[in-house]
Design a protein around this ligand. Structure first.
Ligand code: GAL
Length: 960
């Protein structure tokens, strides 16, 4: 049986969520005892203090048995409760629906087994009419066996859990019911609905005179297609057991559905007995839209829409895999607010409400079947013992989700090699739903030119920019190329997202992709006993940081072996859904509106496919280097621009005329929602494109006369009352996840970059008080010479630095200065990119301007501590207004309370003890972030290596 969308008001429902009796048995063969505890449904028992804890593996199965075997030790949860089927349900068909379970379900009612289910992310339904007596209490027992043959095809990269993860309920239906409704509604306003009707479950005959009706908002009651009925009659298709009806409608002036314009229409189908009584109703919120592939383009309503997608797992830091309606909505609202227009349900079907929300909020969905055979992919893809499971999982998803306008592509699953089982599933889909393309990454394994039959999209994962561009330009591409995964968001990463998008937008044939992934799957863990904090989340969390006595757990933290450590924390949001800095990068890259300033003057570009700019309100702002704050904004009038078009926009004369005579200046167009959107209130900032209206004046050497004396100690290190640690050379950053997994962390350690020892080589002082210090830092690739020239200034000092890196010192993290402040400064104000963290290859989210922040908030709490808190393009900064640094040119700067060594040594955020001092890094060069934890490394142009580097800065400790 599969679910037809029924409205709660029309189908009698009895929710069975809540507290159930529960016991956890060591194997499915163990008989339940007398001792029950309680468990919440829906819930993962692995998150509810049962002793069976979450376990993380990427793809290695957590036990050695090969398919289809599973281990003897097999946690088995027995859930039990009484149900009272209302007396008024007598004579009706009663269905027990279990929303999701992991991984095998045995359902018993009144001591009788009514069925078993597999497929962890689709509902199982059992007709229990004969097992219950309305008016009398009955016991329902749901036994959930954690491991089975099915675990081998649910081997996704996430935590393993056990439990009932979605709602459980009873439904009462009339025996005469809607078995299937297929709605097809095109952007031209044409609708066709095919309806199938059956009577009871046991194959009873349909009652004489039954009929179906359909109602569409804007078109009223639809006439049944009599021609079709006559044809059915003629073809002897009319059966005593299966009724079919077909409806057509044409809606004039239809408002098509798209992710930008998610217009929905109410559509209702009813089935009636001969006397007119309604026996079943199915309600849909449908959208009129087309999906079509034309050559290398995937077209939505005829438009080549760029897919700005993200992969999403069902995840919650307190409940594991149980997500409420509100949580799903919050996930999707977050995506919309940061410019995403598509989501891949990696790697299984989501709760049906998730698709309702995508329809309503406007997100394109790649709906993925629950098939990942990863560890044994090759054996399983062609194993006929798994054939029914493949076809079942794909077809049940399609049957459930086919009426959602948001679903634009079916996915056959993930990382399961390729075999006959895929062809069988794809064959079924092509026949049942010819209206949508299919994608499957495993079908590319014999090459992108001639993929296997089961994919209509070239959907590789983690391909490099060069690869996709070369392919698109090769003349060999025949299908759209949309990356199913790219830009791995582990830790401080997502380098070169902007470079991907520059390539995608300028290369015909490239159409976007899905960032891996939305969530950092950190489970909130109590430090006292190492258990999940549980649904109550004792102590809580805020802004990405776990509360006191708690931490975000990753693989291995529950004693789970084998495990893949922090690889499960690779999302664009922290486990509490706080956006990581990459979200702001994405928001700017995906902005609906762009601003350019070239020989044609200032222009705005409407980057949307279907919408004009009238939903956006705008204001101009100007930032001028050297001033304390940005100027007050003035309202801007946006010109009318069609989707895809551009138009001149008038510059804010009053702001530009008032600019000082020289100095760098930036013009920002701050864009907000003009009115409330389904995903944002009115006034919500959508993007803030910028153009530079005046170049920086060249750096002028400060006046070097009559300065304060500059002291150095016996090691020739600067002695300054405002510094607790003098400026020295830094070539080290706490390796990011990309650095570690890409093998660089290890290489940098073997070069000795984490433990540089400074040896003063020479010291000179001239008559003007200028002191020159040359020091040597030994690395395994040879010595680095570091020269510091310290000039006294009337109000501070100027430090000019040079570093000479030997030939063999290639591809290192940074070249720059590090020092620490003597005072505990609280606030940093800077002119440069911000307020979000930015790095050389991830810097589009930070606009240039005057930014200010508490020092404590400058550090991004990546789950495994690593390089964090950087700001690109900093021209000057002050700490509490009392400590000012000016840089010779825009530089990468970070000010945090953590030394790189502190971050390197810690495995979790709770181990870090913030210092009182501010640790300040000023970099002449800083390696980009790249995505090497899974995918291409940092592009060569963002790397740092051998050569001579020069940089200088001034320190003034009077007022700013
Ligand atoms: C992909 C896989 C994802 C995830 C990702 C790395 O290969 O499809 O499930 O494992 O790599 O985080």
């Amino acid at each position: 049986m599969h679910a037809v969308a029924r409205h709660p008001g029309d189908t009698d429902r009895l929710p069975l969520d809540g507290t159930w009796r529960f016991q956890l048995l060591p194997t499915p063969d163990t008989a339940p005892g007398a001792a029950w505890q309680e468990a919440e449904v829906p819930g993962c028992w692995t998150m509810q203090g049962t002793g069976d804890l979450p376990h993380y593996t990427n793809y290695v199965m957590p036990w050695p048995e090969v398919p289809p075997a599973s281990p003897k030790a097999n946690p088995t949860g027995v859930y039990e409760r009484e149900i009272h089927v209302p007396e008024v349900w007598s004579g009706r068909r009663i269905v027990l629906q279990v929303g999701a379970f992991e991984s095998v379900l045995i359902a018993e009612v009144g001591g009788t087994v009514v069925g078993i289910g597999k497929d962890s992310h689709l509902a199982s339904e059992f007709d229990i009419t004969d097992a219950v007596r309305p008016g009398e209490p009955t016991t329902v027992r749901l036994t959930v066996v954690k491991w089975s043959d099915a675990s081998h095809i649910e081997d996704q990269d996430q935590w393993w859990h056990g439990g009932l993860t979605r709602s459980v309920r009873l439904e009462a239906l009339d025996p005469l019911h809607l078995a299937d409704v297929t709605v097809r509604a095109g952007a031209d306003g044409l609708l066709r609905a095919d309806v199938q009707v059956r009577s009871a479950a046991g194959g009873a005959k349909l009652p004489d005179g039954w009929y179906a009706t359909a109602h569409l908002e804007g078109a009223g009651e639809l006439a049944a297609d009599t021609e079709y009925a006559a044809w059915c009659e003629d073809q002897a298709r009319v059966s005593d057991f299966l009724g079919e009806a077909r409806f057509h409608a044409r809606v004039a002036d239809v408002r098509p559905w798209s992710a930008e314009t998610p217009h929905l229409y109410d559509f209702t189908v009813r089935v009636h007995r001969a006397d007119g009584t309604v026996t079943d109703t199915s309600r849909h919120r449908i959208g009129f839209r087309d999906v079509r592939i034309d050559g290398r383009d995937l077209l939505i309503n005829g438009e080549r829409v760029l897919i700005r997608g993200v992969n999403r797992h069902d995840f919650h830091p307190l409940t594991g895999r149980v997500v409420s309606y509100d949580d799903m909505r919050a996930d999707l609202v977050t995506m919309k607010r940061f410019g995403f227009n598509a989501v891949r349900t990696s790697h299984y079907p989501n709760d049906p409400a998730f698709l309702d929300l995508c329809d309503e909020l406007g997100l394109y969905v790649v709906d993925e079947a629950d098939i990942e055979a990863h560890d044994h992919a090759h054996e399983i893809a062609d194993d006929p013992r798994y054939l029914p499971a493949f076809v079942d999982r794909v077809s049940r998803m399609v049957l459930r989700d086919k009426n959602h306008p948001s679903v634009i592509v079916w996915s056959l699953g993930n990382e399961s090699d390729y075999g006959a089982n895929h062809d069988a599933a794809a064959g079924w889909v092509r026949r049942h739903d010819p209206t949508r393309p299919i994608q499957y990454e495993g079908a590319l394994h014999k090459g992108w030119d001639t993929p296997w039959l089961a994919t209509d999209v070239i959907c590789p994962m983690y391909a490099s920019i060069d690869e996709i561009v070369a392919y698109a330009e090769s003349g060999r591409q025949t299908k759209p190329l949309i990356l199913c995964e790219y830009s791995h968001a582990m830790g401080n990463g997502n380098g070169s997202l902007a470079d991907y998008w520059a390539a995608i937008e300028s290369t015909p044939g490239l159409q976007g992709g899905f960032i891996w992934e939305f969530w950092d799957h950190g489970i909130l863990q109590r430090l006292s006993d190492g258990r999940p904090a549980g649904p109550a989340g004792a102590g809580g969390y805020a802004d990405g940081v776990a509360g006191p006595g708690l931490r975000w757990a990753y693989g291995g933290d529950f004693g789970d072996t084998p495990n893949d450590g922090a690889f499960v924390t690779d999302g664009v949001v922290f486990p509490d859904r706080t956006p990581k800095p990459v979200m702001y990068e994405h928001r700017e890259l995906a902005a609906p509106l762009r601003l350019t300033d070239d020989e044609d003057g200032l222009r705005v570009h409407n980057r949307q496919h279907f919408r004009d700019l009238s939903w956006l309100a705008a204001e101009w702002m100007v930032s001028v280097a050297g001033e304390r704050t940005d100027r007050d904004p003035v309202p801007a009038r946006l010109p009318a621009v069609e989707p895809g078009g551009s138009a001149p926009v008038e510059a804010p004369k009053e702001l530009l005329d008032a600019l000082p005579d020289d100095g760098e200046a930036w013009l920002t167009l701050r864009i907000r929602t003009a009115a409330e959107e389904a995903w944002a209130p009115a006034g919500f900032e959508v993007c803030a494109p910028q153009v530079r209206v005046r170049e920086a004046r060249p750096f002028t050497e400060p006046v070097l006369a009559d300065g304060h004396p500059v002291d150095v100690d016996e090691q020739a290190l600067l002695v300054h009352p405002a510094l607790s640690a003098p400026p020295v050379l830094s070539l080290w950053r706490a390796p990011t996840d990309n650095d570690e997994l890409g093998g660089l962390g290890e290489r940098w350690r073997s070069l000795g970059l984490d433990a540089l020892v400074r040896k003063p080589l020479s010291y000179q002082r001239d008559d003007s008080g200028r002191q020159t210090v040359i020091a040597q830092y030994d690395t395994a690739a040879g010595p680095v010479l570091h020269t510091q020239v310290l000039h006294p200034l009337p109000d501070g000092i100027l430090v000019e630095e040079t570093a000479e890196l030997p030939e063999g010192l290639t591809d290192i993290p940074r070249v720059g200065t590090v020092f620490e402040t003597a005072a505990r400064h609280e606030r940093l104000a800077w002119y440069g990119q911000g307020p979000w963290e930015t790095y050389p290859d991830r810097r589009h989210g930070g606009s240039v301007g005057h930014h200010e922040s508490a020092v404590d908030a400058l550090f991004t709490p990546y789950l495994r501590p690593q390089e964090s808190g950087g700001h690109h393009g900093v021209r000057h900064f002050t700490l509490d207004g009392a400590f000012r640094v000016d840089l010779d040119e825009p530089r990468q700067v970070s000010v945090t309370r953590h030394r790189a060594a502190d971050l390197t040594a810690a495995t979790h955020h709770d181990e870090l003890v913030p210092r009182n001092a501010c640790v300040v890094h000023i970099d002449a060069a800083h390696r980009g972030l790249g995505t090497a934890s899974c995918g291409p490394d940092t592009l060569p142009r963002y790397r740092t290596g051998a050569g001579i580097y020069r940089w200088s800065w001034t320190l003034r400790t009077s007022s700013a």
